[in-house]
Design a binder for this molecule. Structure first.
Ligand code: MG
Ligand code: MG
Length: 257
């Protein structure tokens, strides 16, 4: 069942989202060649705890980190560790969740490390744009798969593929709530969107084919063909006439579309 949040709940989710955005900002500033993913994890966790929230991912189904740090061909769920150092030219997807007074915010973005190739830059751009293409359809009376379809259509148009084994999701009291939100499919299907639904929309886009596999650590998810992958995610609330992003620092005026 898809829950409709009250204004009080949405306000708490906005605060959780703001904390996630602050953690992202701190991690972005810390990203540089030679830095380990464990150091980035520490940076994010400090920000989350300093704002009276807890990292949503830490301990979630046994996940050891506060963030997911996924480099190049790693799609999602990269485990932060002291051995993995960022290198010039890498791209790194950072996924962060924070829980504030019982409500979660969840957001991901991909950054370049030092000087990044045009091809990697364009993959990041395509993935970010795909998120906002999907969000154009996030409004009352649209169907859920209108978002999914817009994301996939944009990604295919730009010669990349969407990951099909993982999806976006409802978010709120739980990190993952109903509904599942695939990044592919025909338009016009699934639940009708209603004011007060809170959703995490998150295209995962591969430069090559869409297949992914999970490594022996049971988390790290990589592209089957070794191609690069990028990931952008925002938690949103459906409003009276559209949507509002919850996982940004200071209101929707700051959002670059
Ligand atoms: Mg996430
Ligand atoms: Mg998510």
């Amino acid at each position: 069942m898809i829950s409709i949040k009250s204004n009080r709940e949405i306000a708490l989710m906005e605060e959780a989202g703001r904390i996630v955005a602050l953690a992202h900002k701190a991690v972005k500033e810390a990203i540089a060649p030679g830095v380990t993913t464990a150091e980035l994890d520490e940076v994010a966790e400090k920000v989350i705890l300093a704002h009276g929230a807890t990292p949503s991912f830490k301990g979630y189904n046994g996940f050891p980190g506060s963030i997911c740090a996924s480099i190049n061909n790693v799609v999602i769920h990269g485990i932060p560790n002291k051995k993995t150092k960022l290198k010039n030219g890498d791209i790194i997807s950072i996924d962060i969740g924070a829980c504030y007074k019982g409500y979660h915010g969840d957001s991901a973005m991909t950054h370049g490390v030092g000087e990044v190739s045009e091809q990697r830059k364009s993959l990041m751009e395509i993935t970010k744009n795909a998120l906002f293409k999907g969000l154009e359809f996030a409004k009352p009376l649209n169907r859920l798969s209108d978002i999914s379809h817009a994301i996939e259509a944009y990604v295919l148009e730009h010669g990349c593929s969407v990951v099909k084994d993982f999806t976006g999701h409802g978010v709120g009291r739980a990190l993952h709530e109903d509904p599942m939100i695939p990044n592919y499919g025909e338009a016009g299907h699934g639940p009708v969107l209603r004011e007060g639904m809170t959703l995490a929309i998150e295209p995962m886009v591969n430069r090559g084919k869409s297949g992914v596999r999970i490594l022996a650590d049971d988390w790290t998810t990589v592209t089957c063909d070794g191609s690069d992958s990028a990931h952008f995610e925002h938690s949103i609330v459906i409003t009276k006439d559209g949507y509002k992003i919850l996982t940004i620092e200071g209101g929707n005026a700051d959002v670059k579309k």
